[in-house]
Design a protein around this ligand. Structure first.
Ligand SMILES: [Zn+2]
Length: 406
């Protein structure tokens, strides 16, 4: 007779744990700001692992509804692990999307975790998630295998997300921006816009957190931020293509490189369309950071909120605090003015300069700042630098400050 192997609770043994921790952090930051219980929905996350975790940590501060196609025994075992009680919520087919569900008296829905598996694409559920969220509600979307999906199956991405992709050195950020563009489109259909609070990628799993803002004006301003990306195939310089009705006279002049002048043929391609707005909300990250410190949470993950903060605002370039009154009281009171970091990043490992020694990463950041450029590391790439300097300017700085090889 064989003894059955004791399974660890699935809450602990999951490779997307860092994403779950981040969602928990988002939720606790939101609870601290609202001072009232939040109504949360955990959708299509296997066995409601996130939902049980939130309820266990945040107790009476939140109400959690767990929704999945198949509710199996693992949900029960998850609930038992934390000694939580549950009650069934029967679906009402007459309910109009967007209306609150009676049994719970939902006045606020916080939808979290729309997981995408091979048979279920994220885009299928974005519309209903956007429709069901109220003003100021938060949508957290996560999915797996971002690299393989966006590099190996470009035709599937084109079919589902309506965007063109090729393998690029900044592929992860482009993927995040394409998913955000789809969230914006889903929201715009029901006259809503978004404020991107957080977009991260950890162990090939991504997490995008947005706040839903009701209003046609918000929707319009967000939809205008979805633009194509012009990408040079020779040096990988990239730039957002302006959203104009008339065609661009000389699109190659938009790129900071001169590859088209020096090489025959068409040297650039049009990728996306993708979200051109900011990827982080500094004040929200700040309140997440304070929340973690207060609750003594210490995530030993591949990324931390501190690194995201550094990425969201260049440490040396932050402006002095604005003392004007914040009109929206629901926003955090710590609202430093945000000057977003430039989009996309350069992989320095790929830069092969023959006659110059590559400096240490931190040293290069110092050189860039010394010459007045904004720059920071990025959690998306260990060798990536997010900066407003162009590739040529980075090369010039290396030649100016670094040791020449003999
Ligand atoms: Zn180029």
């Amino acid at each position: 007779m064989t003894t059955p192997v004791q399974k660890r609770p699935c809450i602990e043994s999951n490779r997307i744990q860092s994403v779950r921790n981040m969602v928990l952090c988002v939720l606790s930051a939101e609870v601290r700001q609202r001072h009232e219980p939040l109504y949360c929905v955990d959708v299509l996350d296997k066995s409601g692992q996130s939902g049980t975790l939130w309820k266990n940590v945040l107790k009476d501060q939140i109400h959690v509804t767990i929704a999945d196609r198949e509710i199996d025994d693992s949900l029960k075992s998850n609930l038992d692990t934390y000694s939580l009680k549950s009650q069934d919520l029967p679906l009402d087919i007459n309910r109009i999307p967007g209306d609150p569900m009676e049994p719970q008296h939902v006045n606020e829905i916080f939808t979290d975790k729309i997981n995408m598996n091979p048979n279920q694409h994220l885009v299928n559920v974005l519309d209903s998630a956007a429709m069901n969220l109220k003003h100021n509600g938060i949508l957290c979307v996560s999915s797996t295998d971002i690299s393989s999906k966006f590099t190996r199956t470009a035709h599937v991405i084109h079919r589902h997300y309506g965007a063109s992709v090729i393998k690029t050195s900044y592929m992860k950020e482009l993927a995040l921006r394409i998913v955000i563009a789809n969230i914006v489109r889903s929201c715009a259909k029901c006259n809503k816009g978004i404020d991107v609070l957080l977009s991260v990628c950890a162990n090939d799993n991504f997490l995008i957190v947005v706040r839903i803002l009701r209003g046609a004006k918000e929707g319009d301003s967000c939809i205008n931020k979805i633009v194509p990306v012009l990408h040079c195939q020779i040096c990988e310089e990239r730039v957002f293509h302006p959203n104009t009705l008339s065609p661009q006279e000389d699109p190659y002049s938009l790129l900071p490189c001169s590859c088209n002048k020096n090489n025959p043929g068409k040297t650039a391609v049009i990728l996306g369309p993708a979200w051109s707005g900011k990827l982080f909300n500094v004040s929200f990250l700040d309140s997440m950071l304070h929340g973690c410190k207060d609750m003594d949470w210490n995530f030993s993950d591949s990324f931390s909120i501190e690194t995201l903060m550094e990425e969201a605002k260049c440490p040396k370039c932050s402006l002095p605090e604005d003392n004007s009154e914040e009109p929206d009281q629901k926003k955090t009171k710590l609202s430093p003015p945000e000057e977003p970091m430039p989009p996309f990043y350069y992989n320095l490992h790929g830069m092969k300069l023959k006659s110059v020694e590559h400096p240490k990463f931190s040293r290069l950041l110092e050189y860039l700042r010394q010459d007045g450029y904004k720059c920071s590391r990025t959690h998306l790439d260990v060798y990536g630098v997010r900066t407003n300097a162009t590739l040529k300017q980075i090369t010039d700085i290396m030649y100016k400050y670094c040791k020449q090889k003999s």
